[in-house]
Write a protein that binds this ligand. Structure first.
Ligand code: SF4
Length: 245
């Protein structure tokens, strides 16, 4: 059988925001969404990046095992969208688990379950980014469909896989009390949800969009004020959810 190879954008050896403890983060190449605020438009093209075998990535991971072990960390697949290269991601996480390493995936949950479920079978924690709870705004913001994300969320609950929900707070787009309230109500029904992370919008991605010749759609949008961030925190906390900002 041919060796399984995946396209990878980059690695981060001691990430501290993509799951518990210190993480070895694998940023996979390729994404089917086009989020208006994306920081990594250079990760969109499925044919870019560099090819690695599972063995090669495992060798990289092995160098940092000690940091992972002592910090309660592990490996996180991020992107891009790691579920697009589902065979590679599943095998990489299977190998990590086989070596006693905690596994996480940072995903928008936009890939149909027939592809993503085999990856979830080897995943301890899913950082699920629900971009907006309104299907129309979701589509405008990302070019994708909310349905897939909600089907993914339901699947994770049924299969007892832990979830951290992520949500980017964008003034004039997602930072609306009615939307936040609906998302919080939905989140409160997710049986394996451990926490909600509110990510305040910022303009980090803009220069990359321009460099790559893309038309950046959120020019002039400012980060949310401390009051609006606190407002969002209060709405989620009001539904009994643990909130991290
Ligand atoms: S899902 Fe992530 S990588 Fe893909 S476009 Fe959205 S923010 Fe960018």
């Amino acid at each position: 059988m041919a060796e399984l190879r995946g396209r990878i954008h980059s690695f981060e050896s001691c990430g501290s925001v993509d799951g518990p403890g210190l993480r070895f983060v694998v940023f996979m190449q390729g994404c089917g969404l086009r989020c208006g605020y994306c920081h990594n438009p250079d990760s969109w093209d499925c044919l870019a990046g560099r090819e690695y075998s599972v063995d090669e990535v495992c060798k990289e991971v092995a160098k940092y095992r000690i940091f992972m072990r002592f910090s309660g960390g592990g490996v996180t697949l991020s992107g891009g969208e790691p579920l697009l290269q589902s065979e590679f991601s599943a095998e990489l996480l299977r190998r990590c688990r086989e070596n006693g390493i905690h596994t996480a995936i940072d995903t928008a949950g936009s890939v149909p379950l027939e592809h993503s479920a085999p990856v979830f079978a080897h995943t301890d924690l899913v950082l699920l980014d629900i971009k907006c709870i309104n299907p129309g705004i979701y589509h405008e913001l990302t070019g994708g469909k909310l349905d897939n994300t909600l089907e993914t969320a339901a699947y994770l609950g049924r299969h007892n896989i832990k979830v951290w929900l992520r949500h980017v707070l964008i003034p004039g787009v997602t930072d609306r009390d009615d939307l936040l309230e609906r998302l919080a109500m939905y989140a409160a029904t997710m049986p394996t949800l451990e926490q909600v992370e509110i990510l305040p919008f910022h303009q980090i991605g803009e220069y990359k969009w321009r460099e790559m010749g893309y038309d950046y759609r959120l020019t002039g949008v400012t980060p949310p004020s401390p009051e609006r961030i606190e407002n969002a925190r209060r709405i989620f906390a009001g539904h009994g959810l643990r909130v991290v900002i």
